[in-house]
Design a protein around this ligand. Structure first.
Ligand code: SAH
Length: 298
């Protein structure tokens, strides 16, 4: 794995040490269905908010934390009007094959692989793209955003877990809710923040039928973290900034791990471990390609 080449140093690192790393990304064999770029382009016109009516009765059990006075991260949320994704009958065997390919690319953590096998990725994307749900590609989810490639989701979760159980995890960038659902299988409590209100609503709709009781969705600017739920022993970012926001570093518990894509045109996964009250260690891992981390809410 790339880990033997990974750089170790005390945080903060100069940005150049992240973005200037010219090591080649690991040899993937992505099927040419949608690249991150085409997925993002496609996303602009995907109009998936309409969804397709499933006509099923769902019990709203995904916990969306209620607003509290003075809580900048909470907004009163109307019940979503987006119809849930129908089950298009994609078989478990196809998903198992996807997980097999992820394992072949180097992900070894059995807990992560099992979680990936448990979550029906096709239920998080628009029906027109269902046929591509188990290909190792990012796909558009609307609003110029993408659901990440299965491999990168698995790899980041493996790095986050580091072979140990996770207690309290914060995800920045809920998107369609897929990674949050996978996370709910590997952590005791999961909090996920999304800055685009319509994607927050979409994730609620996608997740409702799963009745995940250990997942809380928040609408807000994840660059500020989620101080009311901190500290976290794991933080994972699904969008790339030029650096990891300070607020997130401070919301890690000592010994906690943060995994984030960092960079602009050239991006790498960065693993930051909080080693003391005022001490963080940073390691640069493999190359990646994510949508940008943006401030504020829309
Ligand atoms: N984990 C998601 C990936 C979504 S793409 C999935 O499984 O679908 C990244 C997401 O990060 C986008 O939805 C984008 O709106 C969101 N994002 C970007 N900057 C953010 C911020 N500051 N706070 C919260 N979400 C952010």
């Amino acid at each position: 794995m790339s880990d033997k080449n990974d750089k170790r140093s005390t945080f903060p690192l100069p940005l150049s040490s992240v973005t200037g790393d010219k090591r080649a990304a690991p040899a993937f064999s992505p099927v040419k269905v949608a690249t991150p770029q085409t997925a993002t382009r496609n996303a602009a016109g995907s109009g998936i908010q309409g969804g397709q009516g499933g006509g099923q009765n769902y019990v709203p059990r995904v916990t969306v934390a209620p607003a509290r006075p003075g809580d900048a991260y909470q907004r009163a949320q109307p019940l979503p009007v987006i119809a849930p994704r129908p089950d298009t009958g994609v078989s478990d065997a196809i998903r198992r094959a996807m997980v097999g390919r992820v394992a072949k690319q180097g992900v070894q953590d059995g807990v992560v692989l099992k979680a990936m096998e448990s979550v029906q990725r096709h239920r998080f994307i628009e029906p027109a793209l269902s046929a591509q749900a188990y290909v190792d590609a990012s796909l558009p989810i609307g609003h110029n955003q993408t659901i990440s490639r299965p491999y990168i989701v698995a790899r980041m979760l493996e790095v986050l877990r580091n072979g140990s159980p996770l207690t309290r995890v914060l995800e920045i960038g809920t998107g369609c809710g897929y990674q949050a659902a996978v996370l709910s299988h590997i952590a005791k409590d999961v909090f996920s923040v999304e800055r685009i209100r319509q994607l927050h609503e979409l994730a609620k709709t996608n997740l409702r039928h799963l009745r995940i009781v250990n997942l809380r969705l928040h609408y807000g600017d994840g660059m500020l973290g989620l101080p009311q739920a901190a500290p976290f022993d794991g933080i994972i970012l699904a969008a790339a900034g030029l650096e990891v926001p300070q607020a997130l570093l401070e919301q890690l518990s000592v010994g906690g791990r943060l995994v984030a894509p960092v960079g602009a045109q050239v991006q790498h996964l960065q693993l930051i471990t909080r080693t003391g009250k005022a001490e963080w260690m940073s390691e640069t891992l493999e190359g990646c390609h994510f949508v940008p981390l943006r401030p504020g809410t829309v």
